[in-house]
Every structure is written in structure tokens, then in C-alpha cells.
Design a protein around this ligand. Structure first.
Ligand code: C2E
Ligand code: MG
Ligand code: MG
Ligand code: MG
Length: 297
């Protein structure tokens, strides 16, 4: 920034930096209070199976409506919580609250037993076994089996403390909970690590979904096809994230993608809006015909 202004303008302090710093300090104070008062909420985004043509799960996403800042996105407050050492409490709350909701849907007969709630975990939560205890407690309290729960971790958060994270994830999987690798393809992926760490679901990042069908050479489609082929070779399911258009859905269907998630179907929903939307989505899948027969190796 400063460089591009020429060598005589030594910019030591940018107004925008000032805003960012003071906003961050103020956010910290208010976030600390919000977390201790459980003054956050969760929204739920449907995950759709292209095989079953139905909603098979939801991803739980945290929301914070701050008194002074209004709606603050998790992209902003999760890193702040991580820096401040609040992520342990926030993460625990997210597990408790999402599994409580999952239990309620069960009680009301809204979902089947294998319908799953997917909770995002931060790197720090993968260090040590507390998160395993929290998950176990919340499953017991809400009468849930592992089948009804998934956790999402990014490659980069696993890589931060690889051995410990691997150990924590193993304990989580021992509870019958599936592990999804989130934002796949955006970090420094290592195929060796991917093969070594055991997981169940790979989530193709939105950036690859965005590139579907947008060039004549078909590179976008080839990359997604390659990720899907790799997932099949590893024996894991694939979810495409950030599906916004019908054309993307159709491409993903033809490429043999198992599951999809995105604004095309639904934005993340308040629990109360969930039921109505699920039937609307299933209506929307009717046009998909049988997937063309594909020749496997
Ligand atoms: P993520 O886990 O990759 O979640 C997907 C994000 O993409 C969500 O953003 C979701 O609202 C958004 N999204 C879904 N479909 C579409 C679409 O079709 N188009 C577009 N443009 N966006 C779509 P959100 O809710 O803002 O969350 C951002 C990130 O914050 C999440 O990315 C996750 O990494 C993190 N996060 C959210 N809640 C939690 C939490 O409770 N714990 C932790 N550790 N992280 C969280
Ligand atoms: Mg996620
Ligand atoms: Mg993601
Ligand atoms: Mg993300």
C-alpha cells in the first residue's frame, strides 16, 4: 500500500488501519460478553443429497447480533474469538446448542435418525480432548447417536497441530461422528496428509463451484471432476459448497457429486423456518432425471 504511493510518502498510519484496530478492540470486549452470556445464535443451512433427492442434514453456522455493531459475520468474529481464547467457550456453546436443536427435531419427528447436524470446529478445539467430551455430553443429553452429528474442520486447522488434531479426530470418529474436511482445495493441500488422516466427507470449496461451466475449455469442470474422482478413490462422500445456480447443480449432478449446499436451495435458516423450507427444496429437486449411466473403471 504505502509503497505504491511513491518513495516520498512514508505512510506510517492509515485511517483504515485505525478503524480496524479500534473496531477489533471494541469487538473483543463485546464478544467476550456475548460469549459468556450465550448471546449468539445459530442458523442452519440444508445439505441436499442428489441421490436421495432430499435434505439429509444441515450445517450449523454461528451468528452474532451485536448491540453496538449490528450483525457481525463469523468470518470476522470467529478469528477474534480464536485470538482472544474465547473459541473454546464459543465452540462448546455451538455444540450444545446445535445438538439441542437436533434433538428437538428428533422429538418432533421432523427428521430421521441419520439426519445430521454439522458443526464447524476451529484449530484450537482440535488440540486436546475436551471437544470429545462436549460432543459426548451433548449426545447423551439429547439422546443422539453419532449418526446424527458431523464435524467440519479445514485442512489448515488440522495441519496446525497435525498429530494432536489427528488424535482428537480419531476420538470423535470413535463416537460414530463423521468428519468433514471443509473448504477443500483452498489451503496448502497435501495428498499424503489427506490419505493419512481419516475423514468421511470432503467439502469442495465454493470457489471451484463458481468456476463450473465458466470457460470454453472446461477447466472448471475438470477440476471439480478430479476432486470428485479423488474423493471416490479415498472412499469418502463429496459435498459441493456454495451452489447458487441451477446450471451448477446440473453440472454437479452429471459429475456424480453426492451432496450439495448453497443459496440455490436455501440460505442458512433460523430453526423456525427450517421445516417449511425442507419441503420446498424437495419440490425443487423433482426436475432432476436419472443420472446418465457412467462407466466406472
Ligand atoms: P464454512 O464452514 O465454509 O461455511 C459456509 C459459508 O458459506 C457460510 O458463511 C454460508 O453462509 C456461506 N454460504 C453457503 N452457501 C452459499 C452460497 O450459495 N453463496 C455464498 N456466497 N455463500 C454461501 P458464514 O455463515 O458467513 O460462515 C463463514 C465461516 O465462518 C464458515 O465457513 C466457518 O468457517 C466459520 N464459522 C461459522 N460458524 C462457526 C462456528 O460456530 N464455529 C467455527 N469454528 N466456525 C464457524
Ligand atoms: Mg463449514
Ligand atoms: Mg466451507
Ligand atoms: Mg470457510
Amino acid at each position: 500500500e504505502a509503497k505504491s504511493r511513491g518513495r516520498n510518502s512514508a505512510v506510517l498510519f492509515e485511517p483504515s488501519m485505525h478503524t480496524t484496530m479500534s473496531r477489533k478492540l471494541a469487538l473483543r470486549n463485546e464478544l467476550a460478553k456475548a460469549v459468556s452470556a450465550s448471546d449468539l445464535s445459530l442458523v442452519y443451512q440444508p445439505i441436499v443429497s442428489l441421490e436421495q433427492k432430499e435434505v439429509v442434514g444441515v450445517e450449523a453456522l454461528s451468528r452474532w447480533q451485536s448491540l453496538s455493531f449490528g450483525q457481525v459475520s463469523p468470518g470476522e468474529f470467529i478469528p477474534v474469538a480464536e485470538e482472544m481464547g474465547l473459541i473454546g467457550d464459543l465452540g462448546r456453546w455451538a455444540i450444545k446448542e446445535s445438538l439441542r436443536q437436533r434433538g428437538l427435531w428428533n422429538q418432533r419427528g421432523l427428521v430421521s435418525e441419520d439426519f445430521y447436524i454439522s458443526v464447524n470446529l476451529s484449530a484450537l478445539q482440535l488440540v486436546g480432548q475436551e471437544v470429545v467430551v462436549y460432543l459426548q455430553e451433548a449426545m447423551d443429553t439429547n439422546n443422539l447417536r453419532g449418526l446424527g452429528v458431523t464435524v467440519e474442520v479445514t485442512e489448515s486447522s488440522v495441519m496446525k497441530n497435525y498429530e494432536q488434531s489427528k488424535c482428537t479426530l480419531r476420538s470423535i470418529r470413535n463416537l460414530g461422528i463423521a468428519v468433514a474436511v471443509d473448504d477443500f482445495g483452498t489451503a496448502y493441500s497435501s495428498l499424503a496428509y489427506l490419505k493419512d488422516m481419516s475423514f468421511d466427507i470432503l467439502k469442495i470449496d465454493k470457489s471451484f463451484v463458481d468456476a463450473l461451466g465458466d470457460d470454453r475449455s472446461g477447466t472448471g469442470n475438470s477440476i471439480v471432476a478430479a476432486i470428485i474422482a479423488m474423493a471416490k478413490a479415498l472412499g469418502v462422500k463429496v459435498i459441493a459448497e456454495g451452489v447458487e445456480r441451477r446450471s451448477q447443480l446440473e453440472s454437479l449432478y452429471e459429475l456424480g457429486c453426492d451432496l450439495v449446499q448453497g443459496f440455490y436451495f436455501s440460505e442458512p435458516l433460523r430453526a423456525a423456518d427450517f421445516e417449511a423450507t425442507v419441503s420446498a427444496i424437495e419440490e425443487r429437486l423433482r426436475f432432476l432425471q436419472r443420472r446418465p449411466a457412467r462407466i466406472d473403471r
